[in-house]
Ligand binder design. Sequence first.
Ligand SMILES: [Zn+2]
Length: 253
Amino acid sequence: MKTCIWCNKNEETVTFNKKAHIVPQSMGGTEICANVCDKCNHFFGANHKGIPPIELVFKEAFNITRARLLGKNNVGKNKALSRFKSIYFNVDFEKNKIEVKPSFKLQYGFQSMLCRQFKRGMYKVFLEENERINGDSIDDKFDFIREFARFNIGDLPVIYFPSNVPFLLTAKDEPQTPNFSFQKKFEFQNTENGFFEIYYLGHVFSFPIIRNYDLVFENYIGESIRQKQKFYKKPIILKYLTEIDLTLSFINV
Ligand SMILES: [Zn+2]
């Protein structure tokens, strides 16, 4: 009997007819999480009272990086990315400049909201990939992630490590099929201390996987900075999406 990792309801009360893509299928994700009900699956892609859909913000942000990684030759009709277009951002790939389009920028609080939806998207893909790999996302210990990602309660951090050196560890097919793979390990990954780190499309992100993360934060961040100091600048607790080097400006193009 399937139980939804987001709402905890099972097949007696909800349906599981649609395939729930962990990373949106429309940005090339191929992995599926079986234990997501149709209602919750719909929720992450849907527009609620004019708030940008979680999956759309995730896709918008990472499509900037995908466009950079794929290069001009792989963007176009019948290619991995049909063409680069963005609802929320103006992007100048040559100058590595990203800004929120003026029509949105002028809306009070829009940029914080965009970042909040992005963060919820990161936790969403984390918990679904965790279910696919470890099968324990229904555990109470992840309630704090459910509250934030699915029910919009509270606030959780996403930490970003800006790169310092011009190298990329991205797997060859990652821009084509950008799955949020747990298996892909990188050298300076700090896997203890209650935080999860991932190398995704050339970016390093981390976020807590325990509710009381503030108790271990200082230990974690100190150790993580020490490990990464040669290769990464000071980490940023994200407030705005434009703090992420989405065009990968460290690559020489
Ligand atoms: Zn559900």
